[in-house]
Design a binder for this molecule. Structure first.
Ligand code: CP
Length: 329
């Protein structure tokens, strides 16, 4: 069985396959059809860090394929609170479950867990490491939005902004984007929160044009996608918290930025959650209701893409279309 721990395991062909399978899942995700292809299968959903979208949408996706889900959230509800190791937890869970989704605050921990099991493990986010299913649903969203607008990824201009150092979604996304294109990628972050240089080097070596800046105050009239991210304060040291306290609103994606610097066709994405507390500066609520704001279309796309990931890892992806029937409710 294969795992999904990092997007490094995916080439263009595998990503395109997942996009096609996700499209086939849409009638189920939109609650017009049902299937039972995973009847009898049990998912272990192990979340040792806060989550709404990833935890609930993986759960819903597995249920919509006919499977059942066991959820564990937080260290206090796991025997890891009593000192049990990742290795032992993994061996135990393998006996109970047919697939496991895991989120953990430590980078590399999900891979360590996966090494001890023979059931497919999906990385639901490992600290500042990677978040491969989020990046896959992001590519699926970009593809759908571009189809609607009559655009293609070839030659597109994509802006990734916010905390590019600790934001695991952008670490996975920039690698997946680099399979397409050629692209123009602009990276904008506060000083000290830049994209890791090895990822910039990788994308550049694949023939993409990458620019890095510390301000959004530029002309983005040719921009196709702005992908904003939250400042990951929970990953900061006390010293960093102090130095980023006065972070200005220069990195805020809001109506002024979109109307004055971008175009009427620029799509706004964000992995969410966006920080709605005073002083937060990622994505302003003044864009709510603007058709360019794709964030809730993006969250909806999490269901068909996560269904596609399960169906492919558990090798029922060719069965789903044959075993679909209309809903009775
Ligand atoms: N995008 C994302 O991972 O959201 P959650 O933290 O709510 O799962």
């Amino acid at each position: 069985r294969q795992h999904l721990l990092t997007v490094d395991s995916l080439n263009r062909e595998r990503v395109d396959h997942l996009l096609r399978v996700a499209t086939r899942m849409e009638p189920i995700a939109q609650r017009r059809q049902v299937t039972r292809v995973l009847e009898g299968a049990v998912l272990g959903n192990l979340f040792f860090e806060a989550s709404t979208r990833t935890r609930v949408s993986f759960n819903a996706a597995f249920c919509r394929l006919g499977g059942s889900v066991c959820d564990t959230t937080g260290f206090t509800f796991s025997s890891m609170a009593k000192g049990e190791s990742l290795y032992d937890t993994s061996r135990v869970m393998s006996g109970y479950c047919d697939a496991i989704v895991m989120r953990h605050p430590d980078q590399g921990s999900v891979a360590e867990f996966a090494a001890a099991t023979n059931v497919p493990v999906i990385n639901g986010g490992d600290g500042p490491g990677e978040h491969p299913s989020q990046a896959l649903l992001d590519i699926y969203t970009i593809d759908k939005e571009f189809q609607r607008l009559g655009k293609s990824l070839g030659g597109a201009h994509i802006l990734l902004t916010g905390d590019l150092k600790y934001g695991r979604t952008v670490h996975s996304l920039i690698k997946l984007l680099s399979l397409y294109g050629p692209l123009r990628i602009t990276l904008v972050s506060p000083p000290g929160l830049e994209m890791p240089s090895q990822l910039v080097d990788l994308v550049t070596s694949r023939g993409h044009h990458v620019e890095q800046r510390n301000s959004l105050a530029s002309d983005f009239s040719d921009l196709d996608v702005v992908y904003a991210t939250r400042i990951q304060k929970e990953r900061f040291t006390d010293e960093m918290n102090e130095s980023f306290q006065g972070l200005s609103n220069d990195f805020m994606v809001n109506r002024d930025f979109l109307d004055q610097r971008c175009s009427e066709h620029t799509i706004v994405m964000h992995p969410l959650p966006r920080d709605s507390r005073p002083g937060a500066n990622d994505l302003n609520v003044d864009l709510n209701g603007d058709p360019r704001l794709a964030i809730f279309r993006q969250t909806d796309n999490g269901i068909p893409m996560r269904m596609a990931i399960f169906a492919t890892l558990l090798e029922v992806d060719e069965l789903v279309e044959k075993e679909m029937r209309p809903v009775r409710w």
